[in-house]
Ligand binder design. Structure first.
Ligand code: ADP
Length: 496
């Protein structure tokens, strides 16, 4: 850098000297401006290219399949596929074509990156990672160049580290590998074509064998050429963990933390239904932070309880709604909690009216077991729980509020599930061919019926609602047990 500055400085001095000596330096200045702008223009792309090479890190973190909780099916499928890479000589003798690509499909935070790292460790390969968005550029040819650089770097790193194979992990594959078509940009097409060319060039005779592991949550968006045999040959589904998986993940992330004896991992796993691995990691971390704030040497069950609420609903806010609003929120949440407990006994874990970033108030319900199939009755009961908040407002305050809009959205989604599963009065239907207004009318009918039924139930339990609201306004949070005691001891009084 210093030399460049010295050269530029001397050249400027030389030009000044020429100017003073009476030479016309304008053509030279013009030429310099022209050359520098061309250099800067292409340099911008080049610099990005260089950055990219740096950002596609070669990581030697030792992550093995044992460090990944749950995901047993994904791990089995992946290691089975990787055995092809490990036993490549045997494969070659049988004339089996090399495995070039594995596509991991699943929601964010489920451990796809970890699986790719474990795959590199399992096959004793170097590991390079890049994200699909790093290849997206305006200038035609830049993305393709980066793909070539990535493959070249993989080979170089493997040779340097004396390894026989390299795993290239590409996250957000849908960005790089989206469908080509009328609307796609020429740059995008070139980049994707280059990836296909590079993948086609992978052969078992190469000195360094390359395996591409890509991750996406949108397989439907990928160009069909990528999914053709010989490219991404294996599709491995990486789902949200079930309860057993959650227990495993929690245990892994609790390993290095002092956990109090009152903590039940089973209970935390039950309470964190629907959480991804990343969210579970966050729960253990938040719980540890809360213990530190409390000055406690160990992380106890209260810390975990609060950490789950924080990860689910966001940070507690200082924002305090006015008394009238707070009362409405308490009534709304009492409605959800009451119907929730009546429809699914022992399911309510807590009711809160302390505002968090994602909600003004909320009810946390847990499930005894993970459910994979929903019955008609189950969906109807869930809709009833969703509608109960606004209905409670109407029963006690004689008016509704906007607090129910997300509940309605949720309820409509579930009504759609009833319709598309052939459980509505429309019978079995084809979701593509049925007119939209027919679906809309059926959604309205389902919701109206459930709304009336829920109103009837809540009316009969009005005094429960009133008592729960009073307690909530006083304590801000009620546990599931407190709600169950209230329901069992309170005499019901009907709507006027
Ligand atoms: P993805 O690539 O699917 O978005 P990552 O693999 O990057 O998810 O996971 C992010 C973080 O979440 C990991 O570093 C790890 O701490 C945690 N995590 C996610 N899934 C698991 C799992 N199955 N087991 C253990 N930790 C997990």
């Amino acid at each position: 850098m210093k030399y460049i500055e010295m050269i530029v400085g001397s050249f400027a001095a030389f030009l000044t000297f020429l100017a003073f000596s009476g030479y016309n330096i304008l053509p030279i200045v013009f030429l310099i401006v022209l050359i520098s702008s061309v250099y800067l223009f292409s340099g911008k792309a080049m610099t990005k290219g260089k950055n990219f090479v740096l950002s596609s890190k070669t990581i030697n973190q030792n992550i093995s399949f044992e460090d990944i909780g749950g995901q047993e099916t994904a791990k089995n499928e992946l290691s089975e596929a990787l055995d092809f890479v490990k036993n490549s000589d045997e494969m070659k003798s049988l004339g089996i074509r090399p495995l070039k690509g594995i596509l991991l499909n699943g929601p964010p935070g489920t451990g796809k990156t970890l699986l790719a790292k474990a795959a590199a460790q399992y096959t004793d390969s170097v590991f390079l990672s890049a994200s699909g968005s790093e290849f997206v550029e305006m200038y035609v040819g830049v993305g393709a160049k980066r793909i070539r650089e990535l493959f070249a770097q993989a080979k170089q790193s493997a040779k340097k580290q004396k390894k026989l194979s390299a795993v290239i992990f590409i996250d957000e594959m849908e960005v790089l590998g989206g469908k080509r078509g009328n609307n796609s940009h020429q740059e995008h097409e070139q980049t994707l074509n280059e990836l296909l060319v590079q993948m086609d060039g992978i052969s078992s005779n190469e000195e360094v064998k390359i395996l591409i592991i890509a991750a996406t949550n949108r397989v439907d968006m990928l160009d069909s050429a990528l999914l053709r045999p010989g490219r991404f040959d294996r599709l491995v589904k990486v789902d949200l963990p079930d309860k057993k998986g959650r227990v495993h993940i929690l245990k892994l992330h609790m390993k290095n933390k002092p956990i109090s004896d009152d903590v039940s991992i089973e209970k935390i796993a039950k309470d964190s239904f629907g959480f991804s691995g990343a969210q579970l990691e966050s729960v253990t971390n938040e719980a540890a932070i809360m213990a530190m704030r409390d000055g406690s040497k160990e992380i106890n069950s209260d810390h975990f309880h609060n950490a789950i609420e924080k990860v689910m609903m966001g940070e507690k806010l200082d924002r305090v709604p006015n008394m009238e609003e707070k009362k409405r929120i308490a009534i709304h949440e009492s409605g959800h909690a009451l119907i929730g407990e009546l429809m699914f006994p022992n399911s309510v874990a807590s009711v809160n009216v302390a505002s968090r970033s994602n909600a003004l108030g909320y009810v946390r319900q847990t499930q005894q077991d993970d459910i994979y199939l929903y019955t008609h009755e189950y969906l109807k009961s869930r809709i009833s729980v969703a509608l109960a908040g606004v209905i409670a407002e109407e029963i006690i305050l004689k008016s509704r509020s906007t607090g129910g809009s997300s509940d309605f959205k949720h309820a409509s989604e579930m009504a759609k599930q009833i319709i598309y599963s052939g459980m509505s009065d429309l019978g079995i239907i084809s979701s593509e061919d049925i007119p939209k207004d027919q679906v809309h009318n059926m959604i309205s009918k389902i919701l109206r019926e459930i709304e009336n039924e829920t109103k009837e139930v809540l009316c009969k339990k009005k005094s429960y609602l009133e008592k729960m609201t009073e307690l909530l306004l006083d304590k801000e949070t009620l546990s599931g047990d407190e709600i169950r005691i209230l329901i069992n001891n309170q005499d019901s009084s009907q709507c006027a």
